[in-house]
Design a protein around this ligand. Structure first.
Ligand SMILES: *[C@@H]1O[C@H](CO)[C@@H](O)[C@H](O)[C@H]1NC(C)=O
Ligand SMILES: CC(=O)N[C@H]1CO[C@H](CO)[C@@H](O)[C@@H]1O
Length: 407
C-alpha cells in the first residue's frame, strides 16, 4: 500500500498538469527552432558544396549534428514523458452527487472521514432478525447483486442482509487511500452507523473475500461467523509459501498473471496496463471465455437471460476508482497473510468457512485448500461440478448460509 500511494503522489504532485504542459510547449518550440536551424544549415552547406570542396560540406554538418541530436533527443524524451504521463495518470472519478456526476438514489451513511457508503437492506427487519449478515460483493459487482436465496428460506431462518457498495463502486465515494485494512474499518463503521449490534456475520464473494480476511485480522471481536465464497487468493501474501503461490498463479492464463504482477509490482503503471491495446490484459474484462469451466458457462447462459438490476451503476464513477483500485488494493503488499490469523472462536462460539468450486478456473483451488490445511479452525468445503459462479446457484447458496448460521 505504501508504494501505491507513494507512486501516485510522485506522479500527480511532482508533475502537475500545468507545469507539464508549459514544459512540453517550451521543448516543442525549442525543437522547432533547431529543426529550422538545421534546415538553414543544410541549405548553406548545399550551397557551399557547389562552390567549395566536399570536405568543407562534411565539416559544416559534423559541427552541428551532435548538439542537434542531443537537443532533438531531449525533445523526443520530453514528448515521450508527456505521453507516458497521460497514459499512466488515472482519469479523475465522477463522484456521485457532485455537479456532472451521477445522482445519489440509494440510502447512504457518512463515515468519519467524510466519505459516503451506499447500502441496501434485505430480508427480515433487523429488529426481528435472528441472523444479521453483511454481504461483501466481488469484482465488478455491487450492493445490487442477486442473492440466490428464496424468500421462504430467508423467512424460515430470519435473516437480515446488509449489502453495501465498496468504496468507489456504485454510489459509494471513491477512496484514493483505500487499503486492505480500510475495508474492515468501513465495514465496522457501516455496521455501527446502522446499529446492527456488537456482532454480525459476514459473507464475501470472490474479490469480496479480501475484506473478510481484513475483518478476521482487524475486527475479529465483531464477528459472529464468516464465509469466504470462491475466495480471492493473493500470489504474494506474506508468510505464504512461495512454491504454492507459484503453482497457483501458473494455473492462470498468461494475461491474468501479468495483470496481477503489474498490480503488485508496478501499481503506478496499472492504469496504462489496463487501457493499452498491445498486450492482452485481464481475461474477465476482455471476454476470454477460457477462464470459465462448463458449470460456469451454463450459469452465464442463465444469468444473461435474466435482467440484472443496477448493473449500469457499478462503474458509473469511473472504472479506475471502482474496478482497477479494487485489484490494486487486493494485490497490494499486505501487512499480514491469512496464515498469520488466529482462530477468532477458540471456544467454538462461531465458525469460519471457505467454499471453493472444484472446477473454478479463476481462483486456483490448491491455494485455498492449503490455507484450510494450515488453519484447522477453517471449515473447508469443495463443491464438485461447480465453478466460480456457483454463488448464483440457490442449490449451493442456501446451504452455504445454513452452514454458517446453524452448522
Ligand atoms: C446448481 O447446483 C447443483 C448442485 O451442485 C447442480 O446440480 C446444478 O446443475 C447447478 N445449476 C447450475 C445452473 O449450475
Ligand atoms: C490488448 C487488450 O486486450 N487490451 C485490453 C485491456 O483491457 C481494456 C479494458 O478492459 C481493454 O479495453 C483493452 O482492449
Amino acid at each position: 500500500m505504501m508504494s501505491l500511494s507513494f507512486n501516485e503522489r510522485v506522479v500527480s504532485e511532482s508533475l502537475s498538469p500545468l507545469v507539464l504542459v508549459i514544459y512540453i510547449q517550451h521543448i516543442y518550440k525549442l525543437s522547432l527552432l533547431y529543426i529550422y536551424m538545421a534546415g538553414g544549415t543544410k541549405k548553406i552547406s548545399a550551397a557551399s558544396a557547389r562552390s567549395h570542396t566536399r570536405k568543407s560540406k562534411q565539416t559544416t554538418s559534423l559541427n552541428l549534428s551532435p548538439i542537434m541530436i542531443v537537443q532533438v533527443g531531449v525533445a523526443l524524451l520530453a514528448g515521450l514523458l508527456g505521453w507516458a504521463y497521460v497514459a499512466i495518470k488515472p482519469p479523475p472519478p465522477k463522484v456521485c452527487g457532485t455537479p456532472g456526476g451521477p445522482p445519489v438514489t440509494s440510502p447512504r451513511v457518512q463515515l468519519s472521514d467524510g466519505r459516503h457508503l451506499a447500502y441496501k437492506e434485505k430480508g427480515v427487519p433487523k429488529e426481528e432478525a435472528k441472523y444479521k449478515i453483511i454481504v461483501i460483493h466481488g469484482f465488478d459487482s455491487s450492493k445490487d447483486l442477486d442473492l440466490a436465496v428464496s424468500q421462504e428460506f430467508i423467512e424460515e431462518l430470519g435473516i437480515y442482509f446488509l449489502l453495501f457498495d465498496r468504496a468507489g463502486y456504485g454510489e459509494s465515494d471513491p477512496h484514493p487511500k483505500r487499503s486492505v485494512k480500510g475495508e474492515a474499518l468501513d465495514i465496522q463503521e457501516l455496521a455501527d452507523k446502522l446499529d446492527i449490534g456488537s456482532k454480525f456475520y459476514l459473507i464475501g464473494f470472490s474479490m469480496g473475500a479480501y475484506p473478510v480476511w481484513s475483518c478476521l485480522k482487524y475486527i475479529p471481536h465483531r464477528l459472529s461467523g464468516a464465509s469466504l465464497v470462491v475466495p480471492f487468493v493473493h500470489y504474494w501474501w506474506p508468510h505464504f509459501p512461495a512454491d504454492i503461490s507459484k503453482k497457483g498463479i501458473k494455473t492462470l492464463p498468461a494475461r491474468d498473471r501479468w495483470t496481477f504482477r503489474v498490480a503488485h509490482y508496478a501499481p503506478w503503471l496499472f492504469n496504462w496496463w489496463m487501457t493499452q491495446k498491445w498486450f492482452p490484459n485481464l481475461s474477465i474484462m476482455t471476454g476470454n471465455m477460457a477462464v470459465f469451466c462448463d458449470p460456469d458457462l451454463e450459469m452465464l447462459k442463465i444469468l444473461s437471460s435474466t435482467p440484472s438490476v443496477g448493473q449500469e451503476k457499478i462503474q458509473q464513477q469511473g472504472v479506475y476508482e471502482s474496478l482497477y483500485r479494487d485489484i490494486l488494493v487486493g494485490y497490494s503488499k499486505w501487512d499480514f497473510g491469512p496464515l498469520d490469523i488466529a482462530n477468532p472462536f477458540p471456544n467454538n462460539e462461531g465458525s469460519i468457512h471457505i467454499w471453493q468450486g472444484r472446477e473454478d478456473r479463476i481462483i486456483p483451488s490448491l491455494m485455498n485448500r492449503y490455507i484450510a490445511e494450515k488453519l484447522p479452525w477453517i471449515r473447508y468445503h469443495e463443491v464438485p461440478d461447480a465453478g466460480h459462479l456457483m454463488m448464483f446457484n440457490s442449490t449451493v447458496c442456501e446451504p452455504i448460509l445454513r452452514e454458517l448460521f446453524l452448522g
